[in-house]
Design a protein around this ligand. Structure first.
Ligand code: 5GP
Length: 188
């Protein structure tokens, strides 16, 4: 999407040719216009698909999931990062490695909200190595729910997440696809 690429070029900061900092419109301050434009494209892209619920992971996925869920007129659920194992029986659970923090978190989703046979659209701010999306997929598999697609505002295609998901037969749609960082500048 042109508007997302322009935002990245104008406001993004690349760290170590690896991490894109976009805290002026996605990861700290959030620009509703950009997120809503993305959500509308997602809705178009998945117009032939039945979506019952949108699933994301806290924190940065939440604003995006809200906008996408609103387009589909369905609820969204965010996986919670937790250290407490006390009520684990009530939750689906996966260990997910954070790309930016290089740390593994336990992510839980209540069994009350994710049910067998539901059609789930996974949403996030970024798709990099695919660990967040694959962890959410694992949670959906425990619930015997169907993942109908994975979508993210920005992907760094050179970090491989898309290919892992496509190899599993999952449709992937992203708002902007970064092929590489060259001298700390994104190349689309
Ligand atoms: P993955 O799990 O696909 O490797 O990485 C996706 C997750 O890591 C997203 O939830 C996102 O929050 C974070 N992430 C990955 N790459 C970046 C990046 O370049 N910039 C920011 N701000 N977050 C990223």
């Amino acid at each position: 999407m042109k508007c997302i690429e322009e935002k990245i070029l104008k406001d993004g900061l690349v760290l170590n040719n690896s991490i894109l900092k976009v805290d002026s419109f996605l990861n700290h301050q959030v620009d509703p216009e950009v997120i809503e434009a993305f959500a509308k494209e997602v809705h178009k892209e998945f117009s032939d698909t039945k979506v019952d619920i949108v699933l994301t992971i806290e924190t940065s996925g939440i604003a995006v999931a809200y906008a996408v869920a609103k387009e589909f007129n369905v609820p969204f659920v965010f996986g919670k990062k937790t250290t407490s194992q006390t009520t684990i029986d009530d939750y689906f659970f996966a260990k997910i490695k954070s790309f930016t923090r290089n740390k593994v978190s336990d992510v839980i989703v209540s069994k009350k909200f994710l049910k067998k046979g539901m059609n789930v659209l996974i949403v996030d701010d970024f798709l990099a190595e695919g660990n967040a999306a694959l962890g959410l997929l694992k949670i959906c598999q425990q619930a015997e729910a169907n993942v109908v697609g994975v979508t993210a505002v920005i992907e760094k295609i050179f970090q491989g997440g898309r290919y892992k998901l496509e190899d599993l037969g999952i449709k992937v749609f992203t708002g902007a696809s970064i092929k590489a960082f060259v001298d700390n500048k994104p190349v689309f």
